[in-house]
Structure formats: structure tokens, C-alpha cells
Design a protein around this ligand. Structure first.
Ligand SMILES: [Zn+2]
Length: 339
């Protein structure tokens, strides 16, 4: 039987067409309202779950990591955010064979997790926001919770995604697409992001930027007197535009001290090569890494949630959000002008 649409419903449909059309041309110049949805209390709720003992330190391929992954997916679903259209599910399986290729650590199959918000005007241009959700598991019976490394970045992604989803529901969706990418196997040598870079879902020429977040909930000894800072690493390595966007977003919205110490190519720590953005940067994708520096609990069982400074975690998450907002909505994508 053919469905007959009543006249009144047609009218309603037309008026909603008009609204949608208006929404596309709406001004996305002010992210303040959505930035404000990123709160310390939400981050805290998520992190007490992601870094709980029940997640068993989220070792790559473990049951605990899978459980954490299921929680992440449940939060995307709660916010009506789906996996990328080009994918079959929220998971990109990273086979054990790939994970064990380098060091033969006998890891099980594991998964990268991805979620996606489609852009309204340039859907084929994708901004990746990444954080690894694996940690180092259980050693000698002690659970390594990895609250800062990288529970902090993991929950930041959830809050950033929710902020973009809320904006989209109100007609202020991003003009470019955004992929939220939870990498596995980072602690074993950036393996999940390496697998992605061998098997990308979107062509690299359409991947605008990677904003990578790894450890943003604590402070280091160099900033003992204030947590109002973040290290920015890599922003200017491939694109002066990306660096300018980061600086502008911070000056307008979050007003932290941007510390470029570890951006120095001569710095012996070489942090630029030590987290997942590097697997994007090596393919010529402008990438920036947000980081709080190392502290006494780094890779120790004492990296626990009670030590997280949620005011700092909130501001750094908001900075990542406003950088992404600017990248998603500005006229042109950042130009690669450096080698
Ligand atoms: Zn990490």
C-alpha cells in the first residue's frame, strides 16, 4: 500500500526543510556555548570508569581493554554519534599478527575505536582527534590504572564529541567531518595508529589534521606553581597555519600558557615521535600533540584518578575542542608549507 502523506505533515516537513537549510548557512564563529558543555564533572564521571580497577589497566588485547572500549562506544551511542560511514562498526580490528610483528609479545587481537560526525559543507575533509585507550595492564598483581596515560585523553575525546554533537543538534554542526579515534597498542610502540596509517579509512590527502591528546590531566615539576599550561608539540612542524590556529584558539578561549619546550627539535626526549600523531605526521598530515609532561607517577601503578587535576583537564580538553572547531569551520584547511 502506498503511503499517503497528509497535507499538514507536508507543511511541517517543508518548514523543517527551511530550518535545515538555514542551519547550514548559520554562523559557526562562536563555540563558547558548546565549549561550556565540557565540564570537570563529566570528565570525572568518565575517568572514574575508564581508569577503574575493573578495566585491569587496559592492556592491549585484554578483556579489561575491551570492557573500556565498550564503555566508550556506549557513550557515543548515548549521544547519537555513529561510526564512520565507510566502516562496518565502531571497531577497526588490529590483528595479533600485526601487534606481535615487532617484539613478539604474544598480544591478542585488539581494536582501534572510531566515531564520526559528518561535516555539513565539506564532508570529505576529515579532522582526526586521537587518544590511545590502552595502557600497560597488570604487573606483579598490581593494576596500572593509567588515569593520566591516557585515560585523560580518552575521556577528553568523549567530551569533545558530545560538544560537537550538541552543536550539530542545534544547527551548528561542523562544516568539515570529525573522526574520533581511540588508538590501541600505543604503549607497545604506537601500533594501533601505525596499523591505521597502513590501512586508513579516509585518504591522507583528505585528512586535514590530527589533534592528538596523550596525558593532559596532571602537571610536571617545571610547572609546580600552576597547572594553567599545556605543552604543544608539532603544531608548526608541517603547517604554519595549524600553529597559528592553536595560538589563536588559546588566546580567544582558554588563555593558558602554551609551552613549546618539547617542540624544540633538539630536545632529547623527542616527544614528537612518541605518540600516535606521529603516524599521521609521517604521512604529511599537520599534527599537534597536547601533553602535560611527565611526572613521578608516569607508567607507575600510582597513575590513579585521585591525582588528576580536573580543572586543568577541563581547560586542555576545551583547547583541543576549540582548535578542532576552528579547523572544522574555517574557510580553508591548514596549508602544508614545511617539510
Ligand atoms: Zn600515553
Amino acid at each position: 500500500m502506498k503511503k499517503i502523506i497528509p497535507f499538514s505533515l507536508l507543511l511541517a516537513l517543508c518548514s523543517s526543510c527551511a530550518t535545515t537549510k538555514d542551519a547550514v548557512t548559520l554562523d559557526n564563529s562562536d563555540p563558547n556555548k558548546y565549549m561550556a558543555t565540557i565540564t570537570a564533572s563529566d570528565l570525572k564521571t568518565h575517568l572514574y570508569i575508564v581508569a577503574a580497577d575493573s578495566m585491569e589497566g587496559r592492556e592491549t588485547g585484554s578483556e579489561g581493554q575491551k570492557k573500556a572500549g565498550k564503555y566508550l562506544i556506549s557513550q557515543y551511542q548515548k549521544n547519537d554519534i555513529s561510526y564512520p560511514k565507510a566502516a562496518q562498526s565502531f571497531y577497526q580490528t588490529v590483528p595479533a599478527e600485526f601487534l606481535n610483528k615487532k617484539y613478539g609479545e604474544n598480544l591478542n587481537d585488539s581494536q582501534n575505536i572510531w566515531a564520526f560526525i559528518e561535516g555539513s559543507e565539506k564532508p570529505d575533509e576529515v579532522i582526526v582527534i586521537s587518544a590511545h585507550y590502552d595502557h600497560v595492564g597488570i604487573k606483579n598483581g598490581d593494576i596500572y590504572n593509567g588515569a593520566d596515560d591516557d585515560g585523560s585523553g580518552t575521556v577528553a575525546l568523549l567530551e569533545i564529541a558530545q560538544a560537537f554533537a550538541t552543536a550539530k543538534k542545534e544547527g551548528h554542526g561542523p562544516k568539515r567531518s570529525i573522526m574520533f579515534f581511540h588508538a590501541t597498542g600505543e604503549e607497545h610502540g604506537l601500533l594501533g595508529s601505525s596499523y591505521y596509517s597502513d590501512n586508513p579509512l579516509y585518504p591522507f590527502q583528505n585528512t586535514v589534521t590530527d589533534i592528538n591528546i596523550d596525558m593532559i590531566g596532571r602537571r610536571d615539576v617545571a610547572h609546580a606553581n600552576s597547572n594553567n599550561y599545556v605543552y604543544l608539540i608539532g603544531a608548526d612542524r608541517l603547517s604554519s597555519d595549524l600553529d597559528a590556529i592553536c595560538t589563536l584558539a588559546n588566546a580567544k578561549y582558554t588563555k593558558m600558557d602554551l609551552d613549546y619546550k618539547y617542540n624544540d627539535k633538539a630536545d632529547p626526549n623527542h616527544f614528537y615521535e612518541r605518540s600516535d600523531h606521529y603516524n599521521f605526521a609521517k604521512h604529511g598530515i599537520p599534527s599537534v600533540f597536547l601533553f602535560n609532561g611527565v611526572h613521578a607517577d608516569y607508567h607507575k601503578k600510582s597513575d590513579t584518578v585521585d591525582k588528576i587535576e580536573f580543572d586543568a583537564l577541563t581547560k586542555r580538553t576545551q583547547l583541543a575542542f576549540t582548535i578542532a572547531w576552528e579547523l572544522a569551520n574555517r574557510e580553508s584547511r591548514p596549508v602544508v608549507d614545511k617539510q
